[in-house]
Design a protein. Structure first.
Length: 142
């Protein structure tokens, strides 16, 4: 398997596994993984910090719908672009820009830097849009 195909596979396993079983994806990271979410002021270093973030974050989301838009890779980078719709139901998504109970759509762009076939840096760029129930119904029809 060439490096580009391997990197795409690692990121696919990461995206599919993070909500199901956080511990199953930790070995996809380097020991010194750096995760950043600039829009929410987050910078996490190391697998333990990444795990703690996921353990808090996933129970704070309900009715999660992922719509993949584009994913591409080079030998040392992967970019994943998607839309996420969900309801924020708890405080575990640190510095969320909307109140708990809100239904939102997030344009979510991941930029993964790869090293030795593992994720060494994960930058997550989020653009949040608040959906009220009427907006959600209109958006679902398009």
């Amino acid at each position: 398997m060439n490096a580009v195909t391997h990197n795409l596979d690692v990121v696919d396993r990461h995206i599919r596994g993070e909500a199901q079983d956080v511990d199953s994806i930790l070995d996809l990271y380097t020991d010194d993984i750096v995760m950043e979410v600039p829009s929410r002021g987050l910078r996490l270093v190391g697998r333990a910090a990444a795990r703690a973030n996921y353990v808090a974050m996933w129970p704070s989301m309900a009715d999660v719908e992922l719509t993949p838009l584009e994913r591409f890779a080079t030998e040392d980078r992967v970019v994943d672009d998607m839309l996420v719709r969900m309801r924020l139901v708890g405080p575990g998504m640190v510095n969320a820009p909307v109140p708990i109970g809100s239904r939102v759509e997030i344009r979510l762009i991941h930029h993964f830097s790869m090293r030795d076939g593992l994720i060494a840096r994960e930058q997550v760029f989020e653009v949040w849009r608040l959906l009220d129930e009427a907006d959600a119904a209109v958006g679902d029809k398009s």
